[in-house]
Design a binder for this molecule. Structure first.
Ligand code: NAD
Length: 496
């Protein structure tokens, strides 16, 4: 599968127009596989952000975008068709600016999120926005009540770089379907996965000016305006827990609804009834896309009774794992997204060694251009990891697996729950009932038993504890962008 030459939209979308930054500045977009500059993106300023918020506010308050469900459905179907037409360009962008492995773009990086837009388009019109509740007596007479769900208003949407097209669509799909208007602020590492959507909106849809604004910026603080500006009603954020905390703080003075999808440190528990040789090689999937996935299982819990056998199988699997050029379909692991992230991951690897874990495979950068010019990190296998140590507790966001032995099922549950996070997880067993019983004891938002997968556009996804607030995807994700109103009417009245 050859990628088409890059032809990205590099301008921001503000109030229906594609525009350069107000001061004309741009910033470089770098390919993390090679270190080469791919091109530039408009470096949105504070003024650009304020203008985008103003446009979104006006589009919400002064158009019937929030009320015309069929029009929204039509517009979002146009957006779906436009994304389909630009699919190969988007693939080229995601592979080159995010370092996403080409073979993964058929799934979560490109094809899946485009298909998701169809779900949001249909939900815009099929959702039951108003229902009548059962009449109840009060003050001696029956009272009728209409239960109404309405678009919550203007949404500030902030996304990270790891699965950029997916995350941008997972935000704007339900936001626009629900009738809200929005300003999307993508991560500076992956601007074009957002700005290119702006071009599609302008050229291929009837989405009114101001409904969707996209402001890329090199400055993280341009995004911070979205969490403090009083004209914003809801902030939805995907990214690190540290930034999530900051967004909550900034949103507090104006009491915004805050919806956060944050980090994870998910456990993959291997029960003692499985064929280790069949199951454990799959643990190399921790390294997929350089381990840059919030729901990736990064702690592997192995029964102590079979620990030596497990270590040997894992060592062989990690040594045989293929990684490198993301455009080579054989590689499921490309680079970290930037030199900064490469350094961060290497810092954690050093910390792991210092704290006494044994690094069985990897532990550094590959030789030559991959490690020097590119932002690659070797697939890294740590064993004998203390469950309380830094590498077992903090999110590394790199190709690093921490193997932890456990004594029995209760001990495995205790270790799995010994985390500030609660985003995902997995249990490997041949006994599904035993696996489900254990899954019910783990404090996490999603969990797989016996290799089954939960990911789908209608699966609510989100975290317990410091992994977040609220749920993305599905009807629950859509309802994050709705307010609830109750209208009392005389019980005998009929209304349309
Ligand atoms: P990050 O928190 O550094 O940045 C995310 C976004 O927030 C970027 O657009 C950035 O510019 C912006 N930002 C930074 N500081 C800000 C501030 N003060 N106010 C407003 N916006 C600000 O995260 P990252 O390093 O880009 O992404 C990796 C993190 O994202 C990981 O922790 C990962 O687990 C998490 N993530 C979570 C999910 C999920 O659904 N739970 C999905 C993907 C990634």
């Amino acid at each position: 599968m050859a990628l088409p030459p890059l032809a990205p939209e590099t301008r921001n979308l503000i109030d229906g127009a594609l525009c350069d930054a107000s001061n004309g500045n741009t910033f470089d977009n770098v390919n993390p596989a090679t270190g080469e500059t791919l091109g530039v993106a408009a470096d949105g300023t504070k003024d650009d952000m304020l203008r985008a918020i103003e446009a979104a506010r006006r589009a919400f308050d002064e158009t019937d975008w929030s009320l015309d469900h069929d029009f929204r459905k039509k517009c979002l179907h146009q957006l779906y068709e436009g994304l389909l037409e630009e699919k190969e360009q988007l693939r080229s962008i995601v592979v080159q600016e995010a370092g996403a492995p080409l073979s993964l773009t058929s799934y979560m990086h490109v094809d899946d999120p485009i298909e998701m837009m169809k779900y949001w388009a249909d939900l815009a019109a099929s959702y039951e926005y108003e229902t009548r509740m059962k009449d109840v007596p009060f003050l001696g007479r029956d009272q009728g009540r209409l239960l109404r769900r309405e678009a919550a208003g203007v949404v500030g949407a902030i996304t990270p770089w790891n699965v950029p097209l997916y995350l941008n669509i997972a935000k704007i799909g339900p936001i626009l379907a629900s009738g809200c208007t929005t300003v999307l602020k993508p991560a500076p590492d992956t601007p074009w996965s957002a700005t290119h959507i702006g071009k599609i909106v302008v050229e291929k849809t009837d989405i009114p000016a101001g409904v969707l604004n996209i402001v890329a910026s090199a400055d993280h603080l341009t995004g911070e305006i979205l969490s403090s500006d009083p004209r914003i009603d809801v902030v939805t954020f995907t990214g690190s827990t540290a930034t999530g905390r900051r967004i909550m703080e900034c949103a507090a003075p104006t009491v915004k609804n805050v919806f956060l999808e944050l980090g994870g440190k998910s456990a993959n528990i291997v029960l003692d009834d499985v064929d280790l040789a069949a199951v454990l090689p799959m643990a190399t999937m921790t390294c997929v896309h350089g381990g840059q996935g919030c729901a990736i299982t990064t702690r592997l819990l192995v029964p102590r009774s079979r620990y030596d056998e497990a270590k040997q199988i894992l060592k062989t699997a990690f040594e045989g794992w293929s990684y490198g050029d993301p455009q080579n379909p054989a590689n499921l692991q490309g680079p970290q997204v930037s030199k900064r992230q490469q350094e961060r991951v290497l810092g954690y690897i050093e910390k792991g060694k210092e704290e006494g874990a044994t690094c069985l495979v990897g532990g550094g950068v590959p030789e030559g251009d991959l490690g020097e010019k590119g932002a690659f990190v070797q697939p890294t296998l740590f064993v004998d990891v203390d469950p309380d140590s830094t590498i077992a507790q903090e999110e590394i966001f790199g190709p690093v697996l921490c193997v932890i032995p456990y004594e029995d099922d209760d001990d495995a549950v205790r270790i799995a729950n010994n985390s500030p996070y609660g985003l995902s997880g997995a249990i490997q067993t041949g006994d599904i009932q035993r696996g489900v019983d254990m899954a019910r004891r783990i404090r996490t938002g999603t969990i797989s038993v016996a290799g089954a997968q939960w990911f789908h556009v209608d699966t609510p996804f989100g975290g317990y504890k410091q992994s977040g607030v609220g749920r993305e995807n599905g009807v629950m994700g859509f309802e994050e962008f709705l307010e609830t109103k109750v209208i009392a009417i005389p019980a005998e009245a009929e209304v349309r």
